[in-house]
Structures are given as structure tokens and as C-alpha cells.
Design a protein around this ligand. Structure first.
Ligand code: CTP
Ligand code: C5P
Length: 338
């Protein structure tokens, strides 16, 4: 008699995944490790508004960005904020995975109460130091404290913190280009990783076999964007790019003006950009043009990081209230509001 094949373990992980960040990516990574097939349950904007507050990304943007994460096999659109046994049965999932924070519904109950009761719940470590609430706060308070001092920038040969280093190893695809592979290079800030980035990266990845993404340092981004940009620091931007299924390798602190070193060291066959960009008169891809390896594509999305930031600033009082309510709910849930 042949060996009985075990049915694949189907895992459910839900969340709003608004302003997607490496904490979300790490949750999805850990969830996938617990099974074979991962379904990310993403609630609609109306559902989130009822239980938590106003999202910055629209539901369509959140569905698309979550589905670009390399550990996600499927996105369940319009998922309930409070995970029910029925939805688990509908998607044939064995259990739901959540970080060890307490998601609270509009009624004040744990949003996963039903699945916990049914024994269909697993908890993993929440990632320290990042949340949607933190990112919104950085925009509202215009803080720069998250920026990485150029001295500690790994592009200068300095190591980053052990926690980031560990995460980078965990997120790395460890993929190397094969002989004869066509290597594509793109570069940018990739701040507040959004659907415009996803569409651009997908197009660029489809133009070759191996996609390398150069990420500008905080100092460089701040020089051309001003204010407190970038909203996410270099390590945070690198991690979410490493979690994206279209990206094979990331270069920390890539130069704004593409140079011979990048093209030769990484054996780049094609440089892709979405439009003719010029930063304060500097033409970053002049060399690629000269070498005849530049290709201009249209990502099909006109979304920018600035527009994302404007969405928050234009509804400032709503987001201030949202963050206050969120923090109070957390204190109550943790039993520390005495
Ligand atoms: N998560 C995590 N680590 C973080 C942030 C989120 O593991 N630093 C997990 C949550 O525990 C949850 C999932 O990611 O399982 C989706 O969380 P979500 O509430 O969408 O994200 P937050 O960043 O926690 O958003 P907010 O600040 O609005 O609560
Ligand atoms: O603006 P940022 O530097 O973050 O963009 C990174 C890359 O993604 C750039 O090449 C930019 O042109 C591209 N992009 C795009 N479509 C968007 C937003 C960014 O092609 N909507």
C-alpha cells in the first residue's frame, strides 16, 4: 500500500495591510512557514471603517499590494474584519494566523474571538518597531527621527542593526542570476510602497530574468523630496522590496546618477524607467542612454508617494483621531489603562 499523502495545510492571515510595511511582510512570511498555501484575508474599506478607521490605501490598492508579497498565494477580497469559522470553511483553511497584538472589533471584542474558540488560531511574534499607525504619525508629526544617519548606512560599509540584518536574511530569496540571464536594473526611493511601485516592478521584471532594484539613501531622497521624506527609512524600504515577488536583489543606497560601477559589477543588460526623470537638472540615466540599454515604460499608474502623504494631510483631524483611538484601544486591550 502506498503512503497516504497529507492534504496541504491552508493558512489564513488577515489584516488591513494599509500602508504596507515590513511588519506585515514578516507576518505573511511567518504564516506561510506554518503551512503550504497562504490566503491573505483583506477587508474592504467600509468594513475597516466600521471596526478600525479610515484607510490611506483604497481596498483595490491594498488587494494588489498584498498579492505582490512573495509568500501570498491568494488574496481573499472583502474579508470580514472579525474572522469567522464560516469564512475559514469557505476558503477551506485550517487555521488563521495573527501577530500577538489584539485586534479589537467595533464591539470591543477580540476580532478573532470565533476562531480562537474553535481552536483554529495561531499566534506569531509581532514585528517590533513598525505599524501603520507609526507611519501615519510620521506624516502627521513631520518627524525625521526614523532617518538613518549616513554614517550607519550599509552602503558606506557600516553594518545595520542585528534585528534588520536578521530580517534581511529571512526575507532574502537567495536567488542568484544564472549564466545568460538578462539582468534588469531599476532605481528609486520606493517610499510608502504602493501600487504604482508594484505595477512598475512587475513590468520591469517581465522585461528580463533577474530584477535588481537600486534604493536611494535617506539623505539622497531627502535632498530631492525635502520635508521629512523619506517616510520609511532605507532599511524599511529595502525590506518591503525584498518581500515583493518581482524583486530578486536590492542595492542599498544606490547612486542617484547611474554609474559604470553599477552597470558593470551587476552585469546589467537593461535599465528601466517609467518616464523621463530629471532631479534638479541631473539626468540619472544618461549613461544607460549612452550605452543604449535604457528602456522607458509606462507603469500604468500615476500614483506617487506624495499623493499618499497628501491623503493623510488632507484628512489630518480624521487620522489624528484614528491614531488616538487606536492607541487607547491597545492600552485597554493590554490592561494598562489605569
Ligand atoms: N503585524 C505584525 N507586526 C507589525 C504590524 C502588524 O506582525 N509590526 C501583523 C498584525 O499582528 C496582523 C497583521 O500584521 O496579524 C495585519 O495587521 P494590521 O492591523 O493591518 O497592521 P498594523 O501595522 O498593526 O496597523 P495599525 O497600526 O493600524 O494597527
Ligand atoms: O517615486 P519613486 O522613486 O518611489 O519610484 C520608484 C520607481 O517606480 C521609479 O522608477 C518610478 O518612476 C516608478 N513608478 C512608476 N509608477 C508610479 C510610481 C513610481 O513607474 N506610479
Amino acid at each position: 500500500m502506498g503512503k497516504k499523502r497529507m492534504a496541504p495545510v491552508r493558512v489564513w492571515a488577515d489584516g488591513c495591510f494599509d500602508l504596507i510595511h515590513f511588519g506585515h511582510a514578516n507576518l505573511l512570511r511567518q504564516a506561510k512557514l506554518l503551512g503550504d498555501y497562504l490566503i491573505a484575508g483583506v477587508p474592504s474599506d467600509t468594513e475597516t471603517l466600521t471596526h478600525k478607521g479610515l484607510n490611506v490605501f483604497t481596498e483595490e490598492e491594498r488587494y494588489e499590494v498584498v498579492s505582490s508579497m512573495k509568500w501570498v498565494d491568494e488574496v481573499a477580497r472583502d474579508a470580514p474584519y472579525c474572522t469567522s469559522v464560516e469564512v475559514m470553511q469557505k476558503y477551506n483553511c485550517d487555521f488563521t494566523v495573527h501577530g500577538d497584538d489584539t485586534p479589537v472589533s467595533v464591539t470591543g471584542e477580540h476580532a478573532n474571538f470565533a476562531v480562537i474558540k474553535a481552536g483554529m488560531y495561531r499566534e506569531v511574534d509581532r514585528t517590533e518597531g513598525i505599524s501603520t499607525t507609526d507611519i501615519i504619525d510620521r506624516v502627521l508629526l513631520k518627524t525625521k527621527a526614523h532617518h538613518i544617519d549616513e554614517l550607519n548606512d550599509v552602503s558606506n560599509g557600516q553594518p545595520c542593526s542585528p534585528a534588520f540584518l536578521k530580517k534581511m536574511k529571512q526575507f532574502s530569496s537567495k536567488k542568484k542570476p544564472k549564466l545568460g540571464d538578462s539582468i534588469v536594473y531599476v532605481a528609486g526611493a520606493f517610499d510608502c510602497f504602493h501600487v504604482g511601485h508594484v505595477k512598475f516592478l512587475e513590468k520591469a521584471a517581465n522585461m528580463g530574468d533577474f530584477l535588481i532594484v537600486g534604493v536611494h539613501s535617506d539623505k539622497v531622497v531627502n535632498r530631492y523630496c525635502g520635508e521629512n521624506y523619506p517616510i520609511l527609512n532605507l532599511y524599511e524600504r529595502v525590506l518591503i522590496l525584498m518581500a515583493c515577488k518581482f524583486v530578486d536583489e536590492v542595492i542599498f543606497g544606490a547612486p542617484l546618477t547611474l554609474n559604470h560601477d553599477i552597470l558593470d559589477r551587476y552585469k546589467v543588460n537593461l535599465v528601466v524607467q517609467d518616464k523621463d526623470i530629471s532631479f534638479d537638472g541631473c539626468e540619472p540615466y544618461k549613461l544607460a542612454q549612452k550605452r543604449d540599454v535604457l528602456k522607458v515604460v509606462d507603469s500604468g499608474s500615476s500614483l506617487t508617494t506624495e499623493q499618499i502623504v497628501n491623503r493623510i494631510n488632507e484628512r489630518r483631524s480624521i487620522y489624528l483621531k484614528r491614531n488616538d483611538t487606536k492607541k487607547t484601544k491597545e492600552l485597554i486591550a493590554n490592561g494598562t489603562n489605569q
